[in-house]
Design a protein around this ligand. Structure first.
Ligand SMILES: Cc1cc2nc3c(=O)[nH]c(=O)nc-3n(C[C@H](O)[C@H](O)[C@H](O)COP(=O)(O)OP(=O)(O)OC[C@H]3O[C@@H](n4cnc5c(N)ncnc54)[C@H](O)[C@@H]3O)c2cc1C
Length: 309
């Protein structure tokens, strides 16, 4: 009989992997300790085909990404995928109008005045996706809401999708796949209520402003490398509030919440997806940096291939 594979972690990585195993008809058990402020619970969930100061175009197929999220919406009977136009100032990037990227698979970018108008991006409401998957996993008896210690996993085929926790776990912290190859990048972001603001696109640049509907906006996020502290930082919040006050068109706003989290980022820029050096039945599915929404679906094939060569 085929091995039952354990998926440890119920953030975006473990959740999408569970959905993929289910689609492929694989036998699996799924565990999540259910602690609150994980990366997936605080992330803004943006997916953007043009990244970085050079607006480097994503080489992947963006329409395939949309197809996959729509399929997950159907399976989970929930709405969480929101394609939305994006605007980014051309100034402040390292490209000029003459050489900025214009078109890729499933996305397009057009210069309008001082801005680049991008279609094909948007955002995924991750807490809604995760809650729907969790509810379904519990109803079907697949999900167990508890911690899996490394000792318990000995002898089992396991895909570790524990986010930040994997990097300090005895299972992985000294493994060559992980050691020296990741960094903690803390991000803080705000939810604001700005009833007069009519913005219906996502503006991106040094910060993003994401319309959530009903006068609510998400604003952020900061990037602080090598910060592992999960303490509340009122100074960072106040700094973000001062920046938000300068955003054109936002108008008067009220602070609804301040959230923060740590992105486990790969120093190699490639996700940390691979096999353990000594426990040959253990695999890591992690290191998706600030691009989990687009990177995780694309790595599902690679991890399935590793687990069932
Ligand atoms: C501030 C911020 C903003 C971000 N913005 C974006 C964005 O706009 N777009 C984007 O694509 N990405 C963004 N990201 C990154 C994105 O959040 C991550 O790439 C992605 O969510 C990582 O998911 P994960 O499943 O690997 O980890 P996590 O979300 O951390 O999930 C790990 C889960 O595993 C559980 N777990 C760990 N160890 C065990 C164990 N031993 N037993 C049981 N359960 C365990 C944890 O409790 C947790 O539920 C952002 C991140 C941050 C912090």
């Amino acid at each position: 009989m085929e091995d039952t594979v354990w998926i440890v972690g119920g953030g975006l990585a473990g959740t999408l992997l569970g959905l993929e195993f289910e689609r492929l008809g694989r036998r699996f058990r799924w565990f999540d300790q259910g602690s609150g402020a994980t990366s997936s619970q605080v992330a803004a969930g943006l997916f953007n085909p043009l990244l970085g100061p050079r607006m480097s175009p994503d080489p992947g197929d963006w329409s395939e990404l949309a197809t996959r999220y729509r399929e997950w919406e159907k399976r989970l009977a929930a709405k969480f995928f929101y394609p939305m136009p994006m605007r980014r100032p051309l100034r402040g990037t390292k490209v000029t109008e003459a050489d900025f990227p214009r078109k890729g698979q499933g996305w397009e970018a057009v210069v309008e005045g001082e801005e680049v108008f991008i279609t094909g991006g948007g955002w995924v409401d991750l807490p809604v996706l995760l809650a729907a998957a969790r509810k379904r996993g519990l109803a079907r008896g697949v999900l167990e809401q508890r911690l899996v210690p490394a000792e318990e996993a000995q002898g089992h085929k396991v895909v570790w999708c524990g986010g930040l926790a994997d990097f300090s776990s005895p299972a992985w912290q000294n493994d060559p796949l992980v050691k020296g190859r990741w960094q903690a990048v803390r991000g803080d972001l705000l939810t604001l209520k700005a009833p007069q603001c009519r913005q219906e696109h996502i503006s991106i640049g040094a910060r993003f402003l994401l319309p959530l509907g009903k006068g609510l906006f998400r604003f952020g996020a900061t990037h602080e490398s090598d910060v592992l502290s999960m303490d509340e930082r009122p100074l960072v919040r106040d700094h973000l509030l001062a920046e938000a006050a300068l955003v054109p068109g936002l108008g008067n706003f009220e602070l609804i919440d301040h959230r923060w989290g740590i992105r486990p980022a790969s120093r190699t820029l490639e996700p940390l997806v691979g096999r353990h050096s000594t426990q040959e039945n253990w695999f890591l599915f992690n290191g998706f940096s600030g691009k989990g929404v687009s990177a995780i679906p694309r790595q599902l094939g690679a991890i399935v291939q590793l687990v069932w060569p």
